[in-house]
Write a protein that binds this ligand. Sequence first.
Ligand code: C2O
Ligand code: CU
Length: 486
Amino acid sequence: MRLNLLARPIGRRRLLLAGGAVAAVGLAPAILRPVQAAEPTHRLAPGPGRVRLVGDEYPETTVWAYDGRVPGPKIRVRQGDRLRIAVTNALAEETTVHWHGVRVPNAMDGVPHMPQPPIASGETFTYEFDAVDAGTFWYHPHMRSHEQVGRGLYGALIVEEQKPIQVDRDVTWVLGDWRLKQDASISNDFGNPMDLSHNGRVGNTVTINGQVLENFPVRAGERVRLRLINAANARIFGLRFQGHRPMIVAIDGHPVEPHEPEGGHVVLAPAMRIDLVLDMTGNPGDRTTIVDDFYRDLAYRLVDLSYGQERLREQPLDTPLTLPANPVPEPDLSGAVRQEVTLGGGMMGTMAGAIVDGQMMDMRTMVRHGMAWAINGVAAIGHGEGHNGGHVMDPIFTLQRGQTCVIAMANETAWHHPMHLHGHTFRVLSRNGRSTQFREWQDTVLLAPRERVEIAFVADNPGDWMFHCHILEHQAAGMMSTIRVV
Ligand code: C2O
Ligand code: CU
């Protein structure tokens, strides 16, 4: 399948030419339609806003948000649709929009200077791409991400299957994590050395679709497709649905053989999505707590499923849960090139130093300069993240278009890292040398401390693509790289 699509609107000159050709073959309406369709399908305006995140007893919070809402407007389209999203920057600084997990052409990927410049304050840029894969995706800036995302810039992008599975309700939960002060204002300590060198900016207030939620009303017998999106800077979620048996049907938007999570624990690292099918097996009037206990000392109640008096059906539905596959090219492992990627740095690690901007730097000096992490010994700067925003990285390796690549990652740090590859979807082949059961398609894979993970993908999308940790403080402090596909 070809992914590279013409992204530019049709210019006047081409239009006239097309018109001429049309007259000759008498197909005017069909050919003219794309011209009318060059109108944006969606508009987004990132800018400051005020929202109520916590209860009524607290003041509103000043955030940065798309269209003044947290999360931003939900974009919902059909698989195969073409999107034209006009983004008008109402922030006082540059921004971009990255369509996380969507396999877009390189120029539409929203990474500054790769190759598109960022959107200046007051300017508009129209992103244009096809929704080639169905699933649960999201959008966010790729410019000083740790602060722009951390202040509320993110939204859901849902691509519906041509034939969805049968459920009673299709629900999206965008999970956010905030570090708020007593007056519900956002703590301004973005990028502090402690967050940069430990587990990132884990906050103190978790929101579902922009609100601290007490209850989520459900009906006995109901089947809900619950699309979870982790939009937090750094918080990893580990959800337990007491007394319920969630089935995972998709990860990072892509279908997976429906299965129960190990130990009933739904683990969702930053940027990851998990689609659950949740049968409401309780009784009318029941109340069930969803607990997040990923960080052992920080377990808390996320929300309660609260059953109304009504019963929708006696027996849960027994219709199929398997989603139709997306058109992702299957890696050919026999002809694969293998690349080793080592993650290093952070506190309590063994990394003595790394190369920063071409120079070897010891860890102490790095931390003083807001750097703490490295990929293959290089702590990266640039691309609007962290330091020297205009700097453009050299790729860590180059792949020929169509080639299958296996990346063998080794996490040599004492911390978790969700590693995200742009422009492609990969299979997770193994963890610590053991094959995975489901060979999941993902775009973001969580590595536990010291873990080794192998992934494989077909490099079918030309361009320079970011490959970075999605704990945004780690990214800002050096844990990023690029991979070139020619
Ligand atoms: Cu969700 Cu490089 O990003
Ligand atoms: Cu990380």
